[in-house]
Ligand binder design. Sequence first.
Ligand code: AMP
Length: 304
Amino acid sequence: MACSGCYSVNFMAVSSNPNKPLTSSTLLTSKLSSSYSQIPFSSLNFNSKLSRIQLHKSNTAPNSFVVVSGIKAEPLKVMISGAPASGKGTQCELITKKYDLVHIAAGDLLRAEVAAGTENGRRAKECMEKGQLVPDEIVVTMVKERLSQPDSQEKGWLLDGYPRSSSQATALKGFGFEPHIFILLDVPEEILVERVVGRRLDPVTGKIYHLKYSPPETEEIAARLTQRFDDTEEKVKLRLLTHNKNVEAVLSMYEDVTVRVDGSLSKEDVYTKIDTVLRNVLGQRQAAIVLLVFPCDMFGISTA
Ligand code: AMP
């Protein structure tokens, strides 16, 4: 096969197990050890089918080189942080809808444990009622187990409200979980308190309302709204103190991937900013993944 133009090579033929095609990463580690050089991303096609990768003649590298594309990008891993009522819940809903990530909210995991009436739930509730952080030995395991589930591994994840301390970040790093991007929603304190105190939950639909900014549609819904037990002014102030104390320590662990977004803007504007950030992350990651150039002869392709 002469090296010119674009090739599609089916690597199932060289797999040691015919029922289990080689993945591109297996192929790269088993067949390729050459140094690589870079070529412009625009000249590549991205093929996400792992068993079939494409070889392209490079425009800028010498003739003897071809490009391997088709390595499937690892799913997106996002952390989002912000004070109570900074709009994390709303933004998480919009992000998961578009990017199909698994939304993991530490607070929701804890509330589920409280509702289940377990020993951990009982201990968690005591801290949550005081606006304090729940001890690491409860939260860390809970979050790690959720991140390890097959859906989070396959689709990628959006981790909300964790880590809230540097020890939680360190623990997660130790388990090999690191984000591609850390989004911080910045909102002034007086806005946060007003948002929290007026927040209500519809226990039937799970929808969150705000008595002033997003009132219930009907009297019937209004009558059944409940307030989260930690959404009072007194408790939110305690939660804000805890948040402010911990946020800087957490940020210092993710400095190189942190993006601050002004969370006092409308939800649409906040989302537009987050969406731009996430699209950039995805674009950069795909570009980084396909910029590999290898000698033709590794694939048995003659350069004549
Ligand atoms: P949230 O729903 O994120 O506002 O969390 C509600 C409460 O759950 C917090 O005030 C804490 O008491 C507890 N909590 C949530 N996430 C964590 C975490 N990562 N570490 C410790 N406690 C947490």
